[in-house]
Design a protein around this ligand. Structure first.
Ligand code: ADP
Length: 261
């Protein structure tokens, strides 16, 4: 619990700092890209190498702008608006977005558990979390590969629950797996830290997994990374089963699955 609080406080500070810097940076970048465009329109056709230089400058500036947008989105974090939702339906609704994001070299498979329990979470932020995991998976598979999104009902036993600082009980697991580069122990150990990234400058913000962690913990869940260098990565999100009036008396579908955190 203390670790969660530390993480939350760190995230808030990071958010405030980031928001201020990113906002100013974004304005400056608009000046850069705007003027590069003007130069491009008025540059004589020769010498061609000047156009190549201009293209490089433009590509760099656009990349910086994309990063800044991501930082701004991070800083603007909306408060959570949890509601009852069906994870299978949410994942199915992301199909087009995922195909667009991952491109043609990555195969996508979804394995939906039948009679999956509902959860209580903010649908936009859960979608965002899955998208972040999918982007990481894509980055880990530059030569292509396979992304698998799997849902299941799980029973978290006492030992796993103590480890996760959660009550034991029924959880829905959303796992996002890839066949990519994998992570070594040191990377796994730091992956949830804000701003920790192994990606080249301009590619990663180091905020993706940090955001996923913050969202999942705030939703009463847990997130775990299973990874081995060269063998791919699997990130599992555990969210508590939503038990509302409709489910309270329906025990027929509550047989626990053996899987645990
Ligand atoms: P970013 O993606 O911007 O670097 P993240 O917080 O999402 O930030 O990830 C932190 C680091 O964790 C990444 O830089 C990468 O080293 C590692 N990582 C995350 N997801 C994966 C994955 N699916 N496969 C391999 N490494 C990963």
């Amino acid at each position: 619990a203390e670790e969660n609080l530390r993480h939350a406080q760190k995230m808030e500070t990071v958010g405030q700092l980031t928001g201020g810097i990113a906002h100013d940076f974004n304005n400056l970048l608009q000046i850069v890209t705007g003027n590069l465009e003007i130069i491009g329109r008025n540059l004589p056709a020769e010498p061609a190498r000047l156009h190549r230089s201009l293209d490089h400058a433009m590509t760099g500036a656009r990349r910086a702008a994309t990063l800044t947008q991501r930082l701004l989105a991070f800083a603007r974090q909306q408060p959570l608006a949890p509601r009852r939702l069906e994870p299978n339906r949410l994942v199915a609704g992301m199909s087009e977005l995922l195909h667009r994001t991952l491109g043609e070299t990555i195969e996508i498979e979804t394995v939906e558990a039948a009679r999956l329990w509902p959860v209580e979470a903010d649908p936009n932020q859960l979608e965002n979390a899955i998208l972040n995991l999918a982007i990481n998976a894509r980055d880990a598979m530059p030569e292509g590969g396979k992304l698998t999104i799997e849902t299941s009902n799980a029973w978290m036993d006492e030992a796993a629950a103590r480890h996760a600082e959660l009550p034991a009980g029924q959880y829905v697991v959303l796992s996002v797996s890839d066949t990519g580069s994998g992570m070594d122990e040191a990377t796994i150990g730091r992956a949830f830290e804000p701003f920790f990234t192994t990606k080249e400058v301009g590619r990663g913000t180091g905020l993706g997994l940090s955001m996923v962690y913050g969202f999942v913990r705030q939703s009463g869940g847990h997130v775990k990374i299973y990874s081995e260098p060269g063998h791919g990565t699997s990130v599992k999100i555990f969210l508590p089963r939503f038990v509302g009036p409709a489910e309270a008396e329906d025990e027929a579908d509550s047989a626990p699955a053996p899987e645990a955190g």
